[in-house]
Design a protein around this ligand. Structure first.
Ligand code: AMP
Length: 194
């Protein structure tokens, strides 16, 4: 499992871990954005909470993630859960199913960096690659012209998302204390170095 504030680098680390260990990457945020994109009832309801930087209710998220976790590819290859669980109740729902991670990675990045990273973050919808307008700009004009921004990647919304993160993270730390690995980072010229 991997946890951390918005733009703490979960997605980037997941790409590296997935490439190295061949795990199935399951991102709760991506699953929710897919529900929104296909216009399902769950997606419509979820968007209201995501717009406010709040957690989407368990009624929607718990079964959505559980269903994905139990699919054959995740069962065979092993899974990497990104952004889930994000609350005590979600972690307990997994505990009742006997689902525990081998490792719980917590990324720790200074707040002042996170806001800047969120606001400049862009996605290439064709390749799935994440860019930052200042720190990791697109390679050419063609890519630059098709970049999109997440609807919740604004300064106002990231502050709410950060609050939600800090309200919930301590309860997760207590549940996964025995398997936690903390990634501590220092700020260096807009980037984080270990
Ligand atoms: P993320 O892509 O991880 O930054 O998540 C984007 C938004 O999706 C969050 O701000 C929440 O509104 C929602 N979300 C993602 N993961 C969860 C979760 N485990 N439980 C509830 N809501 C979630």
């Amino acid at each position: 499992m991997i946890a951390g504030a918005p733009a703490s680098g979960k997605g980037t680390q997941c790409e590296l871990i997935k490439a190295k260990y061949g795990l199935v990457h399951i991102s709760a945020g991506d699953l929710l954005r897919a529900e929104i994109a296909t216009g399902t009832d769950n997606g419509k309801q979820a968007k209201e909470f995501m717009e406010k930087g709040q957690l989407v209710p368990d009624e929607i998220v718990v079964n959505m993630v559980k269903g994905r976790l139990l699919q054959p590819d995740a069962q065979e290859k092993g899974w990497l859960l990104d952004g889930y669980p994000r609350s005590y109740s979600q972690a307990m729902a997994l505990e009742t199913l006997g689902i525990r991670p081998d490792i719980f990675i917590l990324l720790d990045v200074p707040d002042e960096l996170l806001v800047e990273r969120v606001v400049g973050r862009r996605l290439d919808p064709e390749t799935g690659k994440i860019y930052h307008l200042k720190y990791s700009p697109p390679e050419n004009e063609e890519i630059a012209s098709r970049l999109t921004q997440r609807f919740d990647d604004t300064e106002e919304k990231v502050k709410l998302r950060l609050q939600t993160h800090y309200q919930n993270i301590e309860s997760l730390v207590s549940i996964y204390e025995d398997v936690i690995v903390k990634g501590k980072w220092k700020y260096h010229g807009g980037r984080c170095i270990r």
